[in-house]
Write a protein that binds this ligand. Structure first.
Ligand SMILES: [Zn+2]
Length: 181
């Protein structure tokens, strides 16, 4: 089993030493992410290189891989989502510095000279999650309404929104895809 990531690091010191952190992060240790998951079994693997990025600016570059499960918004059963993402973040000491970064440069706030690798990983994963996690189109059905229930929620929603049928006709095959890249 791989090492746990340190709770806090001094990112600029690690940039000077060109250090790489590698570790496993149990999903159960990521409180904000856990709230969105079907269960918190398993962990994510993270690799974070502290280095100089474009224009020799200090930053981090890394990747996160693993799997997690979220409730499918169609059938409410768990849908397994692969996590395979890369990030590049520039160290800044204030929101003002972050605002001055060139277009397309993502900031990593280093206000007190310390950064939590776990929090960094959690933020990146949260940003990558699909807005509407679902199984592939056609592979699951909404749960049956309990007998005696007036009607299925989906039917009610369609009646209230005349454009939803048009939207369904226009839907492309990729729309049912749960992957978010
Ligand atoms: Zn489903």
């Amino acid at each position: 089993m791989q090492a746990r990531l340190p709770e806090w690091v001094d990112p600029l010191a690690l940039v000077e030493r060109r250090e790489r952190l590698e570790g496993e992060i149990p999903l159960a240790s990521l409180a904000r992410l856990s709230e969105l998951l079907s269960d918190t079994e398993g962990s994510l693997s993270a690799v974070i290189d502290f280095t100089r990025l474009e224009d020799r600016r200090p930053g981090v570059r890394g990747s996160i891989t693993g799997r997690l499960r979220m409730p499918c918004q169609r059938c409410l059963e768990a849908v397994e989502l692969p996590v395979d993402l890369a990030f590049e973040l520039y160290l800044v000491e204030s929101e003002a510095m972050a605002a001055r970064l060139p277009e397309g440069f993502e900031p990593l706030l280093n206000v007190s000279g310390k950064v939590s690798p776990r929090e960094l990983v959690e933020n990146e994963v949260l940003l990558s999650l699909p807005l509407i996690p679902r199984h592939a189109a056609g592979s699951c059905e909404p749960p049956e309404a309990p007998s005696g229930a007036p009607e299925k929620l989906e039917e009610a929603a369609q009646r209230e929104n005349p454009f939803s049928i048009l939207a369904q006709l226009r839907r492309t095959p990729e729309d049912g895809d749960s992957g978010g890249h």
